[in-house]
Design a protein around this ligand. Structure first.
Ligand SMILES: Cc1ncc(COP(=O)(O)O)c(C=O)c1O
Length: 364
């Protein structure tokens, strides 16, 4: 029998939100009737310009993509005011999280992340056969002072999502500025801003300044095309960082990790500001509706920032989640995050959010 390394063996695989098709099959439901609110996707879908560009590109998929994603890199450089060689791509931001662990953790070194924070940080660390250090998060807020106190000679990577998935909490600019200053420069800080576009808060950090103004080589800022651009199915995430750091990550990148259609789609998405704006407005409006309804029903939640909220049903969430699924609403139970009475949901079309409220009331 093959023996797996102990750390990898102890890992539970990441469980994504259930696909509509499998819920439809399992419960004999019409897929069109199912509201999937489990994966923080964009109900506005994919911008038309992107779909047109994809149609045009389909005849070219017999050739390999450009491994360096030249056009996409140039376009993003212009858009975000950053040199093209300061941009790094992953098959989803999730792949960059993994590449950081693979590329940087040496024997005996560890990565640090917060209790309740995005599950991929632990998965990436353990999957590269390294130990992770989880820092308690009292009241669901990341405790950056506790991170600083926990740093020791083994610490090599610190993963932080801001706003934090699934708890919605936000680290303010003053706290993050202080933290980044205190962390020694041989430790990589991964600032994961997957939900950056949905944040509407003047205290949100301008993390680009850590790399562009302060020239730090130990910070990478992660973002994604999965959420705001409605391209989750194409799997493209990106990181901004100093080229010296990206050179190191590039050593463990597989040559064509961003496929040809994904490159075309993301390049076209750079011209879709109207879609971004409409998506942000939709989430704002629907979030307000759902929160009003949850207040009316008397259910507590976390809803600081982002296109998702965490809801506390104050009982075992698994039967609640299962019953909601049977009625055609898919949310994400958070028992795997040590939040056994909570689920996370994002916002669908208004009729889906109405259905969510109706089903939740029926089930509770
Ligand atoms: C905080 C956070 N980071 C990264 C990701 C991964 O995004 P991607 O689809 O780009 O892999 C997610 C996805 O849910 C997320 O919530």
């Amino acid at each position: 029998m093959i023996r797996q390394p102990k750390l990898i063996n102890s890992l539970s695989p990441y469980i994504p939100g259930k696909p509509i098709e499998s819920v439809a099959r399992e419960y004999g439901l019409d897929p069109k009737e199912i509201a999937k609110l489990a994966s923080n996707e964009n109900p506005m879908g994919t911008p038309q310009k992107v779909k047109d560009a994809l149609h045009e590109a389909i005849d070219r998929v017999y050739i390999y993509p450009d491994g360096g994603a030249y056009y996409l890199r140039e376009k993003m450089g212009e858009k975000f005011g950053i040199g093209p060689d300061w941009i790094f791509f992953g098959n989803g931001a999730a792949e960059i999280i993994e590449m950081a662990a693979k590329a940087l953790l040496d024997v005996g070194e560890t990565a640090m992340y917060s209790q309740y924070d995005f599950a991929m940080y632990k998965v990436a660390t353990y999957a590269s056969n390294h130990r992770g250090v989880e820092i308690p998060a009292p009241g669901f807020h990341l405790d950056l002072d506790a991170f600083l106190r926990a740093i020791d000679h083994t610490t090599k990577i610190i993963y932080i999502s801001n706003p934090t998935n699934p708890t919605t909490t936000m680290i303010t600019a003053d706290k993050l500025d202080h933290f980044v200053e205190q962390v020694p420069d041989h430790i990589l800080i991964v600032i994961d801003e997957a939900y950056f576009e949905f944040v509407d808060n003047k205290d949100y950090p301008n993390s680009m300044k850590y790399i562009l103004e302060q020239g730090r080589k130990n910070v990478i800022i992660l973002r994604t095309f999965s959420k705001i651009y409605g391209l989750a199915g194409l799997r493209v995430g990106y990181g901004f960082a100093h080229p010296d750091l990206l050179f190191m990550l590039g050593k463990v990148r597989s040559p064509f990790n961003i496929n040809l259609l994904a490159q075309v789609a993301c390049t076209a998405a750079m011209d879709c500001d109207d879609h971004v704006k409409a998506s942000v407005e939709h989430v704002k409006k629907e979030k307000a509706y759902v929160l009003r309804e949850l207040d009316r029903i008397g259910i507590s939640y976390l809803a600081e920032e982002g296109n998702f909220i965490a809801v506390n049903v104050e009982r075992d969430v698994v039967p609640v989640f299962t019953e909601m699924q049977r009625r055609g609403v898919i949310v994400r139970p958070l028992h795997g995050y040590s939040m056994p009475t909570w689920f996370r949901m994002s916002f669908g079309h208004h009729f889906e959010n109405e259905k969510f409220i109706r089903v939740l009331e029926e089930v509770l």
